[in-house]
Design a protein around this ligand. Structure first.
Ligand code: DGP
Length: 112
């Protein structure tokens, strides 16, 4: 499968890893939009939130279990934002489900 984030998870494309376990890989975004901008991805390929189901949702719950650890390691004690883009209207550019963890500054109130 020709998937950029699958290649990053496999180590075929280098990345700045910040966290890894058997289900989750997290690494720094190549074009950060905040002082801390981490991408958190499931190691099992799913294109977007649209493909989450009862067979793969343990990967998603694991992601949300480790987000507090990743945020604490990045010293985001004043808060942060977790965002996932889905499909064309959501401006999703990489078709492997990922959550953006953004923080390190006061973020905008605007969500759209
Ligand atoms: P989205 O637009 O939600 O699909 O976000 C995709 C993000 O992926 C975007 O913020 C930039 C990031 N990105 C794209 N290519 C690479 C890459 O090769 N390495 C890393 N670290 N991030 C990438």
């Amino acid at each position: 499968m020709d998937c950029l984030f699958c290649k990053i998870i496999a180590g075929d494309i280098p990345s700045a890893k910040v966290y890894e376990d058997e289900m989750v890989y997290a690494f720094r975004d190549i074009a950060p939009m905040a002082p801390v901008h981490v991408l958190i991805v499931p190691k099992c390929h799913m294109a977007s939130v649209d493909e989450v189901n009862g067979d793969n949702s343990t990967y998603i719950s694991r992601i949300f279990e480790v987000i507090p650890q990743i945020a604490a390691a990045a010293d985001l004690k004043d808060g942060y934002r977790v965002v996932t883009n889905c499909g064309e209207h959501g401006c999703q550019s990489v078709k492997h489900l990922h959550f953006h963890l953004l923080g390190g500054k006061q973020l905008s109130e605007e969500m759209a």
